[in-house]
Write a protein that binds this ligand. Sequence first.
Ligand SMILES: NC(=O)c1ccc[n+]([C@@H]2O[C@H](COP(=O)([O-])OP(=O)(O)OC[C@H]3O[C@@H](n4cnc5c(N)ncnc54)[C@H](O)[C@@H]3O)[C@@H](O)[C@H]2O)c1
Length: 363
Amino acid sequence: MTTPVRVAIIGCGSITLQNHLPGLALCPDTQVTALCDANPAVLERARGQTGVAALSTRFEEVVRRDDVDAVIIATPNHTHPRIALAAVAHGKHLLCEKPLALNAADAFAMAEAAERAGVRHMTAFTYRFVPAMRYLHDLVKRGDLGQPYHYRSCRLQDWGTRNLGWRQVRALAGTGELGDMLSHRIDFAHLLIGPMRRLVAQLKRIHPVRGDAPSDLDDWVALLAEFECGATGVLESSKLASGRNESWRSLDSVEVNGSERSFVFITGRWNQIETGRAGGPGLETIPVPEEYWRWPGSPRDPRVGDPLVTFRYDQAWEFVDAIRQQRPCVPDFFDGARVQAVMDAAVRSAETGQWMGLAPNPS
Ligand SMILES: NC(=O)c1ccc[n+]([C@@H]2O[C@H](COP(=O)([O-])OP(=O)(O)OC[C@H]3O[C@@H](n4cnc5c(N)ncnc54)[C@H](O)[C@@H]3O)[C@@H](O)[C@H]2O)c1
């Protein structure tokens, strides 16, 4: 019989209900043994949905429990390092939401502490699990792109002027659209093209009041980058693209151009990509082979549920499987910290109006 992996969830808000709980429910021999949320009403709702009896409003109590092997951190960004370091100190494996921290120094400290403790560590860059993204990564890796020329990503949503809660408060979120949405696309850029050498960025807050509360964070961000391999990058993300809708109904596209080919990936088209060869007549749509429709080994049936929602469940499988196999998670805390370093440089660039160099990446 397989020993169950026992998981505690800290932060039982939207992303826990949307991704983590349904993902864990599909993992065999995996139990949620404890739940934590600072808000007793949210905790009670999560208890009602899961039947989990061990509840606490204090993460310090949960991370020391003997019936917990692994912790999922799904709280607002400013709390991640404190919770992660406490959990590492008790030898727990960690899946932490993005962005990992409010700055790269804290994010790398989390990665190094987890590595030293010998626990599994994973950053929740959920869009890595889109089948088309994984296929595109493999095509680029095997050389189909040729020499990379350009990386381009565009994330356009329409969130209007509504109150975003902690997401519009610098002290709690760190950055706005940059950390919330662009962080995933910086991770794609690293995955497909490699590390950046330098960048210049602009962040723009268009609405200083959202709902009836002040906002001190960016609604829009753009970043112009040069990669170490010489390729260029243009990354844009907005919460104010009126009429573009939200979440998986809105635009999330990545295009890469290389000496051999171009590829276009759009999250909403989870099982196809567009491609065209250099000098060819234009782009054609190619299907994503079925072997990519779910993460290797994932027990999820890709034909069940809305595929634009259910690909996210493979993230929990990757975490649990890495714990069981005692292998590194993909993506890990170092991937999260490298993205954080780019975010820090983007903030400094926007403040100073200068290009920022990026230090060669620690691994
Ligand atoms: N990977 C993704 O695609 C994705 C999508 C959405 C959100 N996120 C990330 O997930 C995290 C949570 O986002 P959300 O949308 O679920 O937010 P949310 O506000 O819906 O939920 C956060 C919960 O954390 C609780 N909380 C706050 N401080 C706490 C503490 N010290 N201890 C215990 N609980 C605490 C709050 O009461 C709340 O219930 C953020 O880091 C966000 O960036 C990631």
